[in-house]
Design a protein around this ligand. Structure first.
Ligand SMILES: [Fe+2]
Ligand SMILES: [Fe+2]
Length: 529
């Protein structure tokens, strides 16, 4: 029993969790995770427990979509109470670490007056000893710099917070990840294992290579009841598309949002991987359509819709390297993507602006990424030029045209671009939506609203195209594929949405200027010989 060859069902989904909350960069990287736990997630759970009805009503109000409300039935509030109690008990070192950061920032604000900083070190909270440096910039503004690799080694990085939930995708919308923790449920297989656990690699390899229930049971360390649940996630037949590889020329496939697969017969590249499981999919690509092996994964930036752990965990074991932009090394708002991903077992290659990365038959060049981070000093962001099968493809993600001259320099460096992929979420969320827990000094609403996570509008996208000299423009990364993005982005568009009007205006400009353009939705394919 349990020794027949088995494949993973195509519609299996995994939710990686940290203390019950969906895992993403700011809930896993230790400095930011401590701040989010102490200053966002604990207060959110406390607020829910005070008045669950308010949270439930707000969660069901379309006008408040994407707000910070816990969407859990009152009948399950005991589970929320247990979660809060376990966080306060088991995560005390993280909560103290977060309080220490807030305290240290205040010490630096008060004490760093342009003079010698040496006297401040003994005043810092003990939790930060050995983990921070205080430094001035050249305009005499002082700040804390975290020695981030050491924070991962400290008691602030608690790997036992991590667990995963496996289930079958029913097509139902999942709760918003930034606000609603996942409780245990009979419908899901919950495994208290860290994300780097080798058993997960074994499990997801079984999308392509058969394994057995016994092997998986051993790899994941399952008891009888868990093994029985796992059996329900397996099937006798593989599920992959015959045309997932090509035998000549080049191909690009749009998988939804910012995820593109670029292929030649020799190599495959995926950008900002976010792949749909196969539930009810006939109009978009899924895991069935991925090449068996992916040479390079290109990550553009740390927003939760571009570095999607849920997909990355499923690719581990079938990728050459994950290419990530280098961070500022220790800035509170700018966690290292390389440290984050290498600590969950992914092979990482860190790049700076204009670093070239070779792959079989082509080259990737990391190029600058401008704006879209609420004017915070975040360096871990990159666009890319991919040269393959005779074409140069610009992967622009959410980079904005705030200063389009930048793109003239990019063109000087990489040559003429053939196809440009541009994000145009030009009315993005305000500063506090994503960074609230990291702001140790409150900002006014007016200030926050003025600083948004916005990509290019029509005029900026047109200017980027002019400077790049690209002949084809494709608008993507708009958060429109609800089956993929709803629980992560909580976007809503209608025909009056300014973003969609700006896209239409940009496409009119493209047509008038002899540039081929399209507004991508669902799936799309380009093929050339
Ligand atoms: Fe973004
Ligand atoms: Fe985005």
């Amino acid at each position: 029993m349990g020794d027949e060859p088995k494949f993973l069902r195509p519609n299996v989904i995994i939710e990686p969790l940290a203390d019950g909350f969906y895992a993403w960069l700011h809930t896993v990287a230790p400095v930011q995770a401590a701040m989010n736990l102490a200053f966002l997630q604990v207060p959110l759970l406390e607020s829910y427990l005070q008045s669950p009805q308010v949270h439930i009503a707000a969660s069901n109000n379309p006008a408040l979509r994407g707000g910070f409300f816990v969407n859990i039935d009152e009948g399950r509030s005991a589970g929320v109470r247990d979660l809060l109690a376990s966080i306060k008990r088991d995560r005390a070192p993280m909560l103290r670490f977060a309080a220490a950061i807030a305290e240290a920032e205040e010490i630096v604000r008060q004490g760093a007056t342009g003079f010698d900083l040496t006297p401040l070190y003994p005043k810092l909270p003990a939790e930060l000893a050995g983990l921070v440096e205080i430094a001035y910039d050249t305009s005499n503004q002082a700040g804390l710099r975290f020695i981030e690799p050491l924070v991962y080694q400290s008691s602030a990085y608690m790997q036992d917070r991590q667990k995963v939930q496996l289930s079958l995708d029913t097509g139902a919308e999942r709760p918003f990840i930034l606000s609603t923790p996942r409780l245990s449920s009979p419908d899901v297989l919950e495994l208290p294992i860290p994300f780097r656990h080798h058993g997960l690699e074994e499990l997801f390899r079984a999308r392509v290579h058969p394994t057995t229930l016994s092997k998986l049971r051993e790899a994941l360390g399952l008891g009888d009841a868990e093994a029985a649940r796992l059996a329900g996630l397996l099937t006798d037949e593989p599920s992959y598309a015959e045309d997932r590889h090509i035998d000549g020329g080049g191909r690009i496939r749009y998988f939804g949002h910012a995820c593109l697969v670029l292929q030649t017969p020799q190599a495959s590249i995926i950008t900002d991987p976010w792949v749909s499981s196969a539930a009810a999919a006939s109009d978009h690509f899924t895991y069935r359509d991925l090449p068996d092996y992916i040479d390079l994964v290109l990550i553009t930036h740390g927003h939760q819709d571009h570095i999607v752990l849920e997909t990355l965990l499923q690719l581990r074991g079938r990728i050459g390297a994950v290419v990530v932009p280098r961070s500022s090394r220790g800035n509170l708002c700018d966690p290292s993507l390389a440290l984050y991903l290498s600590h969950i077992g992914l092979p990482v290659l860190e790049v700076d602006d204009f670093t070239p990365v070779e792959f079989r038959g082509g080259q990737v060049i990391a190029t600058p990424f401008l704006g879209e981070h609420a004017d915070l000093d975040i360096r871990a962001k990159s666009t890319y030029c991919v040269q393959l099968a005779g074409r140069t493809v610009y992967i622009g993600a959410d980079s904005s045209g705030i200063d389009p001259v930048l793109y003239r320099y990019v063109r000087d460096h990489v040559g003429k671009v053939d196809m440009a992929f541009l994000g145009m979420e030009c009315a993005g969320a305000p500063l506090t939506w994503l960074y609230q827990a990291l702001l140790t000094r409150p900002v006014t609403k007016k200030m926050s609203d003025s600083r948004t996570l916005s990509g290019s509008n029509a005029a900026q996208a047109s200017a980027i195209m002019t400077e790049l000299g690209a002949s084809e423009a494709y608008v993507y990364a708009m958060g429109e594929e609800q089956w993929l993005v709803a629980h992560v982005m909580a976007t809503t568009y209608n025909e009056d949405s300014v973003q969609l009007k700006q896209v239409a205006e940009f496409m009119t400009w493209c047509a008038a200027n002899g540039i081929k353009s399209d507004h991508l939705f669902g799936q799309h394919e380009w093929r050339w010989s």
